[in-house]
Design a protein around this ligand. Structure first.
Ligand code: C5P
Length: 222
C-alpha cells in the first residue's frame, strides 16, 4: 500500500465506528467499515436462505456482494443489491449472524482483497477486528480500543433507545459477551491487539477525548 493507514480494532461497542468516522472526516481520508462487509454477507445470506454455516455458499456470497457505500452530505448509505440496508444491517440479529459468518476462513479470504482495495490516497482509516493483525499488518499506527462489557452494553442500550427501541441491559450484556467470546476464540483472525498496537481503554473517556488522543499519536508518527 502506498497511502497512509490508521487501523482501529477492538470489540463491538468500544466506539470504533464513530471514532473512525470522525477521524476520517477530519483528515479527509477514506473509511473502511469492515464489520459492515461481514454484516452485509450475513444479511445477504439470511435473505437468500443460505445457512450461516455453509462456508462455500457464504464465501461465494461474500465474493459477489453487490454493495455500494454512497456518501451524501457526510452520511453513508449502504445499498445491497440496490436496497438501502443502512439500518437493517445494524440489528443484533444481523450482528450475531455476522460474527458466525466471520468465523469461516473462506469468507474471510473472500473479503480480504475487497478490504485492501479501500486503501487509496490520501489515506485510510480501517475499522474492524483484524485490521492491524491481518488486513493491514504494515500500518504505521494501530489502535486497539476497548471498554468494559458493562459500559459497552450501556452505550448500546442508549443507541437503541435513541432509535426508539427498547432492550434490557442484562440481555445486551449477554449478547456482547457472547460475541466477544466468539470473536476472540475463533481460530482465524481472532480479535486481539496487534503486537505493535497502542491500547486505549475508553470506559472513562468520551468520544472527543479519544479522537484527540488518536490524532495526537498520528501527528507524532508523521
Ligand atoms: O464491528 P461490527 O459489530 O459491525 O462487526 C460485526 C461482526 O463482524 C463482528 O462481531 C465480527 O465477528 C465480524 N468482524 C470481523 N472482522 C472484522 C470486522 C468485523 O470478524 N474486521
Amino acid at each position: 500500500q502506498t497511502a497512509p493507514i490508521l487501523t482501529i480494532d477492538g470489540p463491538g461497542g468500544a466506539g470504533k465506528g464513530t471514532i473512525s468516522r470522525m477521524i476520517a472526516e477530519h483528515l479527509g481520508w477514506h473509511l473502511l467499515d469492515s464489520g459492515a462487509l461481514y454484516r452485509l454477507t450475513a444479511l445477504a445470506a439470511l435473505r437468500k436462505g443460505v445457512a450461516v454455516d455453509d462456508a462455500t455458499a457464504l464465501a461465494d456470497q461474500a465474493r459477489s456482494l453487490d454493495v455500494v457505500f454512497a456518501v451524501e452530505a457526510g452520511r453513508t448509505s449502504i445499498l445491497l443489491e440496490g436496497d438501502d440496508v443502512t439500518i437493517a444491517i445494524r440489528s443484533e440479529g444481523v450482528g450475531g449472524a455476522a460474527s458466525q459468518v466471520a468465523a469461516l476462513p473462506p469468507v474471510r479470504d473472500a473479503l480480504l482483497q475487497r478490504q485492501r482495495d479501500f486503501c487509496k490516497a490520501p489515506g485510510l482509516v480501517a475499522d474492524g477486528r483484524d485490521m492491524g493483525t491481518v488486513v493491514f499488518p504494515e500500518a504505521p499506527l494501530k489502535i486497539y480500543l476497548t471498554a468494559s462489557a458493562e459500559e459497552r452494553a450501556r452505550r448500546r442500550q442508549l443507541q437503541l433507545q435513541q432509535a426508539g427501541e427498547d432492550a434490557r441491559l442484562s440481555t445486551l450484556l449477554e449478547e456482547i459477551q457472547a460475541r466477544d467470546a466468539r470473536d476472540m476464540q475463533r481460530a482465524v483472525a481472532p480479535l486481539k491487539p496487534a503486537d505493535d498496537a497502542i491500547e486505549l481503554d475508553t470506559t472513562q473517556l468520551d468520544i472527543p477525548e479519544v479522537v484527540e488522543r488518536i490524532e495526537t499519536l498520528l501527528a507524532e508518527r508523521n
